[in-house]
Design a binder for this molecule. Structure first.
Ligand code: PLP
Length: 371
């Protein structure tokens, strides 16, 4: 059986060329040794609440019908999903997690002469796929405090290359900081020719600042922008693998050949059930996350521990020394935390979990911090 621990030994070289989800990257924290049975997993930006009850019921109901492909349902599925974002079905592409859609975008829009341009650190998936999987040139502009992307530099790099894909994760993983909406607007207005803006909004539901604005408005205006969204985070369906991309019909048509297939009917039904109650579900879950996140920020501030103001379901804490010390010590005391994110070597990424998860995090974190 492949356990969370066992997976660490698989090795990433064998998987190069495919875009891995967060959980696979999380294994880089190389959790070793005998782990406590009641381990708290705050290492992969997952949602401890899991899928809503309505989704579980819908999945249970469709399981006996799993012998059929159910392809005929997918037209309606696309319509419902597109409508939920005020888009047309031709403006979306569904994938096994947003990983698959990001993969399709990078396949479709980078080339030997069109690099991937992004910040550092950011979500490794697109960077590794482009560099190691496809052999593309990758240009990374280092994030400086307050960890807001320098959009002028990103655009200048695209201009210098004669076009490319600018990938921005907003809010950014791992810094949990946002690209302010005025900077996003400037970038859209100043995109060089042959340049595509790929905005990864995996964590958009957790942002709580007037500086944040979804880039979906630019998709609706037909700009050269692709937005990716996922059901892995606020919807709590990371293991079910569903996400989607939003763009003009022309851009979607260019990405579609790189997508694998339809998603599982089980996941499709789970998504439909969750969408049906999203107007209540999302605000409820969002409010809870924001409260738990705020409580952790207050606790750190009271102890004069610096952190980056968080806008995702995770945050970066400045531990004042190499964070790898925490990454290896904390699991042995029952709390798994994020992997290293160079060049921010003194920062520890922690996912926001339940109240009891965070109580345990505080206890274990403090014992390592004070040692
Ligand atoms: C920024 C970002 N984008 C995309 C993904 C991919 O997630 P999924 O494929 O589960 O939608 C992740 C995973 O955590 C992520 O952190």
């Amino acid at each position: 059986m492949l356990t969370r621990r066992g997976f660490a030994g698989v090795g990433f070289a064998a998987l190069a060329g495919r875009m891995l989800p967060e959980a696979a990257y999380a294994q880089r924290a190389a959790i070793q040794g005998k782990l406590p049975a009641d381990m708290v997993w705050l290492n992969a930006n997952e949602n401890p609440d899991g899928p809503p009850r309505s989704s579980i019921e819908a999945m249970t109901k469709v399981l006996p019908e799993g012998g059929r492909y159910h392809y005929q349902e997918f037209r309606d599925f696309y319509e419902t999903l597109a409508r939920s974002e005020d888009l047309a079905p031709e403006q979306i592409l569904v994938g096994a997690g947003s990983s698959e859609v990001l993969h399709a975008a990078i396949d479709a829009f980078t080339s030997p002469t069109c690099p991937l341009i992004t910040v550092a650190p950011t979500y490794e998936g697109p960077v590794e796929l482009a560099r190691r999987g496809l052999g593309r040139n990758v240009v990374q502009v280092t994030l400086e405090p307050p960890y807001v992307p320098d959009v002028k530099k990103l655009v200048a790099e695209a201009d210098k290359a004669g076009g490319g894909v600018i990938y921005l994760c907003n809010p950014n993983n791992p810094t949990s900081s946002v690209t302010p909406k005025k900077d996003l607007a400037w970038m859209v207005d100043n995109l060089p020719p042959k340049t595509m803006l790929l905005i990864d909004e995996a964590y958009s539901h957790f942002a709580d600042t007037p500086d944040f604005e979804s880039a979906l408005g630019y998709v609706r205006q037909g700009k050269n922008v692709v937005v990716t969204r996922t059901f892995s985070k606020i919807y709590g369906m990371a293991g079910l693998r569903a996400g989607f991309g939003c763009a003009s019909p022309e851009l979607i048509a260019r990405m579609a050949p790189f997508r694998n297939n339809v998603i599982s009917i089980v996941t499709e039904r789970a998504v439909l059930a969750a969408l049906a109650e999203s107007k209540i579900l999302i605000p409820e879950r969002r409010a809870k996350f924001i409260r738990v996140r705020r409580e952790l920020c207050d606790w750190l501030r009271d102890r004069a521990v610096p952190y980056i103001e968080p806008q995702g379901n995770f945050m970066m804490i400045d531990v004042g020394r190499d964070a790898r010390e925490f990454i290896s010590a904390m699991p042995l005391k029952g709390v798994a935390v994020g992997r290293p994110f160079p060049p921010l070597n003194n920062f520890l990424r922690v996912t926001i979990g339940t109240d009891s998860d965070m109580a345990k995090f505080r206890e274990v974190f403090w014992s390592v911090y004070k040692s």
